[in-house]
Design a protein around this ligand. Structure first.
Ligand code: ADP
Ligand code: ADP
Length: 230
């Protein structure tokens, strides 16, 4: 039985990747590596990377591959990722996926599954425009689908809830365009035959309620792990 659980979440902005990944982190105790969170922390601290990242993020464009690849490869090389990890928001382009493949192969590891969370664009627009995040630690809420107990205040740590700059309507439209143009090819990349175990892409209907989506994800992880032992 392989001990490692190396999971990647792919899907359009607002599909619920972060929401689902956070639950898995609680269950499996794996490090959660979300490129968006790491970049936003850099923006907040005003690091050199953060200053560069901000202009791309504010427009809803992707950062250049080399910047993001280096960041994630350094992170995956940390000892806490040795038994597995949950990646959210990376890879977002085919060159990023190729870089991840190469690094995994070099380390004698492989991805357990790539989970594609699918949601129609109209629903994504509603989810993103109503998303509110905790200003301190990124806990996520929704004004309609997952409202906090007290308006504008994070249930978990009492911090102020804010709307992300890139969750404004014009930026949302560009992010969806960027997803369809640049990230959709990543889906085909993982849907191709990957040797004896076949394709590692697993599709999940993310338009259902969060508990149902989660049950589906848990079931598919159980199946993949069982297949691994055969
Ligand atoms: P992503 O990480 O894919 O960008 P999030 O997990 O941040 O997406 O979710 C986007 C927004 O939609 C958040 O406001 C979240 O509360 C809400 N949301 C997440 N999953 C669902 C769901 N299954 N149904 C309705 N709203 C959801
Ligand atoms: P969401 O899941 O809501 O789309 P993220 O928090 O994952 O948003 O990403 C926010 C922004 O950070 C992206 O719009 C992009 O500018 C930048 N970003 C995140 N991940 C990557 C990546 N793998 N490659 C390039 N840019 C990225």
């Amino acid at each position: 039985m392989p001990a490692e659980l190396n999971l990647v979440f792919v899907g359009p902005p607002g599909a619920g990747k972060g929401t689902q990944a956070a639950r898995l982190v609680d269950d499996f105790g794996l490090p959660f590596i979300a490129t968006g969170d790491i970049l936003r922390a850099n923006v907040a601290e005003g690091t050199e990377l953060g200053v560069k990242a901000k202009e791309y993020m504010d427009r809803g464009d992707l950062l250049p591959d080399d910047l993001v690849v280096e960041l994630i490869m350094d992170r995956l090389a940390q000892p806490d990722s040795a038994d597995g990890f949950i990646l959210d928001g990376f890879p977002r382009t085919v060159p990023q996926a190729e870089a991840l493949d190469a690094a995994m192969q070099q380390a004698g590891r492989r991805l357990t599954a790539v989970i594609l969370v699918e949601v129609p664009d109209e629903e994504l627009i509603e989810r993103l425009s109503g998303r509110r995040v905790c200003s301190k630690s990124g806990h996520t809420f929704h004004v309609k689908f997952d409202p906090p107990k007290h308006e504008g205040v994070c249930d978990v740590d009492g911090s102020k809830l804010i709307q992300r700059d890139d969750d404004q309507p014009e930026t949302i439209a560009n992010r969806l365009r960027v997803y369809h143009e640049q990230t959709s090819p990543v889906v085909s990349f993982y849907d191709r035959d990957n040797g004896p175990s076949g394709a590692i892409l697993r599709r999940v209907d993310g338009s259902r309620d969060p508990d149902e989506v989660y049950r589906h994800i848990r079931a598919l992880i159980a199946t993949v792990r069982m297949e691994d032992t055969l």
